[in-house]
Design a protein around this ligand. Structure first.
Ligand code: IMP
Ligand code: MG
Length: 179
């Protein structure tokens, strides 16, 4: 795996500090509101696991799966719900927990769909922001860090389902996905 990595962008230790800060922000803003954290599988599963343990107010967690990337590095445009929420979010304070906002196409569609279910509020919490490739408007309420326009893996993010288990956020060598 190491041979496929060009460089480390953020070490696990650096990510821990960022996630801790985000958890504190959520704890402050959602005190007394019992929010539901909705994670978008699979990429956000590591972030969700670390984030939720930094949230100090009562909350619940939910997982959704939507299709966006297939096995390549370009977004497909349309969003399909593969696994829906197990719970009714009407009147709930919903926080979407995402790994990375790239084109923003997936997220803007998903947020539209969730807004139709009449939550009390809908916020977006994203660890990585890749603004250079944005195609749809997305307002990130809780943002971790901005990353350059390169394909990144690790800390839950994959290329062709691999590299999710790398603890650090890494840039993949372009020859890995162009060969
Ligand atoms: P978007 O609709 O283009 O914003 O796609 C967002 C989704 O694409 C993310 O939730 C990731 O699963 C995936 N994605 C976007 N950029 C990267 C990347 O650099 N590495 C790995 N996955 C990515
Ligand atoms: Mg994702």
């Amino acid at each position: 795996m190491k041979n496929d990595i060009k460089e480390i962008l953020y070490t696990k230790e650096q990510l821990d500090i960022i996630v801790k800060r985000m958890g504190a922000e959520l704890s402050r803003d959602f005190a007394g509101k019992e929010p539901v954290l909705v994670s978008v599988l699979k990429g956000a599963f590591v972030f969700m696991a670390d984030l939720v343990r930094q949230v100090t107010v009562p909350c619940t967690v939910e997982f959704m799966a939507v299709s966006s990337y297939g096995s390549g590095t370009e977004t497909s445009g349309k969003v399909k719900i593969i696994k829906d929420l197990d719970t009714n979010i009407e009147g709930r304070h919903v926080i979407i927990v995402e790994d990375i906002i790239d084109s923003g196409v997936t997220l803007s569609h998903l947020m539209e769909m969730l807004r139709e279910r009449n939550p009390a509020s809908l916020s977006l919490c994203a660890l990585f922001d890749k603004p250079e490739r944005r195609r749809a408007r997305v307002d990130i309420d809780y943002k971790g860090v901005v990353v350059p326009d390169e394909f990144v893996v690790g800390y839950g993010l994959d290329y062709d389902e691999k590299y999710r288990n790398l603890p650090d956020l890494c840039v993949l060598k372009p020859e890995v996905y162009t060969k």
